[in-house]
Design a protein around this ligand. Sequence first.
Ligand SMILES: Cc1cc2nc3c(=O)[nH]c(=O)nc-3n(C[C@H](O)[C@H](O)[C@H](O)COP(=O)(O)OP(=O)(O)OC[C@H]3O[C@@H](n4cnc5c(N)ncnc54)[C@H](O)[C@@H]3O)c2cc1C
Length: 417
Amino acid sequence: MTQYSFLQLAAEALAPHRRVPALKQSELKSRYDVVIVGGGGHGLATAYYLAREHGITDIAVIERGWLGGGNTGRNTTIVRADYLLSGNVPFFGHALGMWGGLSRELNFNVMFSPRGYLDLAHSEGQFDHFTRRANVLSLNGIGARMVDVEELRRLEPALSIGSAAPVPVLGGLVQDGAGTARHDAVAWGYARGAARLGVDIVQGCEVLGFDIEGNSLRGVKTSAGSIRTDTAVVSVAGNSSRVAEMAGLELPIESYAVQAFVSEPLKPILHRVTNMNLGFAYASQTDKGEIVMGGNLEPLASYAQRGSPLRISELSAKLAHILPFLSRSRLMRVWGGIADITTDGSALVGPSPVSGLHLNAGWGYSGFKATPAAGWCMAHSVATGKVHPLIEPFGYERFASGAFLDEGGSGPYPWLH
Ligand SMILES: Cc1cc2nc3c(=O)[nH]c(=O)nc-3n(C[C@H](O)[C@H](O)[C@H](O)COP(=O)(O)OP(=O)(O)OC[C@H]3O[C@@H](n4cnc5c(N)ncnc54)[C@H](O)[C@@H]3O)c2cc1C
């Protein structure tokens, strides 16, 4: 290893010419083996795994805005795998397993923090349901356990529990290996990794249509010109129906704004990501001390990337029932993203009816945790022509056959039920 003196190190650090851009700006070519529409975590992860796992590097990632400017940089960073149905459990278990090694693999700190995830049970019915969920997860080798009220008090002393508490809490499901990760670092880590393997990443370029001959993809039309390609992946959360429509596809998806908000920084008080199941509201504490909060979608479908103050006040009031200290802390920021929700609440991933056009959509407000595994599986499907078994249950055809993946209850979208 090269040895540097203190003076050499200081000179290196201060020299202006040493500042290299994190990512080279790519010029769009007129032809690619694969075009990926959308420079969020999913699109970038797909490009990275296509290049690293399958040696396909003639790829363009086309992003109409900036990297991670969609839902990837707007989510509440929760990474968990507390699913119940056999179509979801293996995929999300695999996804959770990928987070632990991601910083090392990308040589980019994604700040994965397996601090634990807690799903509170407020009734005997919910307690039974979570027990079933914990058993299913354990049987599939994915860590999860039930805790009673005594243990909850020990794990999270700030929770309001007991006869004087405004809402009943009977216990909860704990997933110790779940937690949070730094959302924009995930986009940047995959972008840098993909670019180093030769992938072109083009920002500020919008996909406006597709060239389709017969039933086969022949090209992609962008605001910077047309590209010839036989293979494209649409990975545009929040805009999936509109982009799919450009290829003549109607998706079983509605889009809703979903908001998140943070408090001022507080001393460490909330150790796990904590989900309240009277309605849907959750909170976690960042390393800076802010409490990050989120919950239900806005009630009306729209493409607005913002929501109403009413939803914020409703969610904060709910959370203050179990975390009373919140009622005395100030909110600092509120923001919104757009979630694409399928009719059964699960993702829509795989080949589309147009040959060569693949869809990676419908992750709603739970797709951040899926980022590494979705990219990995999508890359496998595109490179080999065979849908990866982990994403087979997310296929387009289930909406015609009726083989829905309807993960309700306290799954992704409790309000669907
Ligand atoms: C407020 C909020 C909280 C959330 N919390 C969580 C959470 O805690 N945990 C979790 O797992 N998930 C969460 N999610 C969901 C998660 O953020 C998304 O499912 C995930 O980030 C989707 O990633 P993506 O790469 O598919 O999409 P995005 O990051 O949205 O990327 C899609 C990109 O496509 C681009 N694009 C769109 N149209 C075009 C076009 N025509 N041409 C070119 N580019 C285009 C967009 O500009 C965008 O950058 C949350 C979402 C929101 C909004």
